[in-house]
Design a protein around this ligand. Structure first.
Ligand code: GLU
Length: 470
């Protein structure tokens, strides 16, 4: 469909884009475009979550695009980590592309822009540009590039090149009318292009900055909706002009507000704290992360989310507010516990942590877990491998209780047994139950003993009551 270059058939594509822009019918195509220069964290993965939900809500396609054109900063291990983190969150993608494999396309697009007079060579050094900006500021003017390079004659250019200068290339913005769009989150937007510098698309060494590859790919992949953080709003004005210059029609745009840490700083500045890797090691549930990112700023309680499907079913960009939102990690941990307590067996059965845990044990322990990391302990309680916790004063009592263990280990074994122990020892309440719990589970607290005990082999219980590791 889009195989032969850029916007081969602008008319047809334009029509399609226009209908899609109204809302989102069939044919929705969105992308998540990380630069593999670091790990995903709560700040940047939000774009993945919202794009994925939007695609799934509208039966559309979700493309994973690696913005990996900067060989100095890109690392292959991050490509792998990003794929793995998305899969862990449950976000699947329909197609994957890498910009590093598409450089020819960007070159062709740049040539077309040159031919159309929209891409012009500039020779200023960074120092010269810096000086210009300082002078502009001193004169109280905005630091917008003055387009001096447009005035260079052929001879002047040849002279500069003879001196060894290589040009970088700027996109000539049209400045006669404002760029406007109906942002699906921010509402009507209007940017005066005269307030922007003509953006540099190609560096001196011929490599591409973010803008051109992004636009070429958006056109070629038929991206209908660009959903991303509000730090890209200015890019949008430039992108709308660039798409149009390349014969495409702009997609719809939605810019969601910044995510702030509890201290009010942008979360991206504390990316390490909030990397998905870190959260995963801490045992945070993926559903909690998706639910939180998908509901922050919408007024909907993340606690009400019981599955990804439920989120997909009523996902609506219009529900997002324009105001920045804060996220604190306590909230995430609370939510994670909440999610865990409500996860049915079917939703967790194939998770690695659940190996050796059956549906009965899951139902009994899930309400007591802080994270799946805790599950290891309860597995050992049932399968063997814990040290009983026994106070000296309770040794005799526990030995006696061991003698009274019923042979019939079914159903209500806990109530039958403890009734008998109470009758024989005279202990009741906490003095009766707590030593038993500590010896059998190695913990002060945990699931209801009446449900747990039948799942632990009688022989293990007997040995623990006698103070043995079992
Ligand atoms: N690679 C860009 C970023 O991570 C993509 C922005 C976009 O969605 O267009 O910010």
């Amino acid at each position: 469909m889009h195989r032969n270059g850029i916007a081969e058939n602008p008319e047809k594509k334009g029509e399609a884009a226009a209908t899609r822009r109204e809302g989102a019918g069939a044919g929705v195509v969105v992308r998540f475009a990380p630069s593999p220069t670091g790990l995903l964290h709560l700040g940047n993965v939000r774009a993945a979550v919202l794009n994925w939900l939007f695609a799934r809500r509208h039966g559309g396609r979700f493309v994973l695009r690696f913005d990996d054109t900067d060989p100095g900063r890109v690392r292959e291990e991050y490509v792998a980590a990003i794929r793995e983190d998305l899969a862990w969150l449950g976000l699947d993608w329909d197609e994957e592309i890498r910009q590093s494999a598409r450089i020819d396309r960007y070159r062709r697009a740049a040539e077309r822009l040159k031919e159309a007079g929209r891409l012009y060579p500039c020779y200023e050094t960074p120092e010269e540009l810096d000086l210009k900006r300082r002078v502009q500021r001193m004169r109280g003017r905005p630091p917008v590039y003055d387009r001096a390079a447009l005035g260079l004659s052929e001879e002047e250019r040849s002279r500069l090149e003879a001196e060894g200068r290589r040009p970088h290339w700027r996109f000539l913005l049209e400045t006669d009318a404002p760029v406007e769009w109906d942002d699906l989150i921010r509402g009507r937007q209007r940017i005066d292009p005269a307030s922007l510098s003509d953006p540099v698309l190609v560096r001196e060494d011929g490599s591409f900055l973010y803008l051109l590859p992004s636009v070429v790919d958006d056109i070629e992949l038929g991206i209908t909706h660009v959903i991303r953080g509000e730090d890209h709003v200015t890019n949008t004005a430039e992108q709308i002009q660039l798409v149009t210059a390349l014969g495409g029609r702009p997609p719809a745009f939605a810019h969601f507000p910044l995510l702030l840490a509890a201290d009010g700083r942008p979360l991206s500045k504390r990316a390490g704290d909030a990397s998905l890797r870190r959260l995963r090691e801490e045992g945070v549930e993926p559903l909690a992360i998706v639910a939180l990112l998908a509901t922050l700023g919408t007024g909907r309680a993340a606690e009400s989310v019981t599955s990804l499907d439920a989120l997909v079913a009523d996902f609506d960009l219009a529900a997002f507010s324009k105001a920045a939102v804060r996220l604190d990690s306590d909230q995430l941990h609370r939510l994670s516990r909440h999610a865990l307590h409500h996860l049915p067996w079917a939703a967790v059965a194939d998770r690695a942590e659940l190996a050796g845990v059956g549906p009965e044990l899951w139902e009994v322990v899930r309400g007591n877990l802080d994270s799946l990391v805790d599950l290891g302990h309860w597995k050992r309680v049932v399968a063997g491998g814990i040290a009983p916790v026994i106070a000296d004063a309770d040794r005799g009592f526990l030995a006696e209780a061991a003698e009274l263990l019923p042979e019939d280990w079914s159903g209500d074994v806990w109530s039958r047994w403890t009734a008998e122990v109470r009758a024989r020892t005279g202990r009741k309440g906490r003095a009766l139950f707590l030593p038993l719990r500590r010896a059998i589970t190695g913990r002060e607290r945990g699931p209801e003993m009446s449900r747990l005990l039948p799942l632990i082999p009688r022989a293990l219980v007997e040995r623990r009551l006698k103070g043995e590791e079992a």
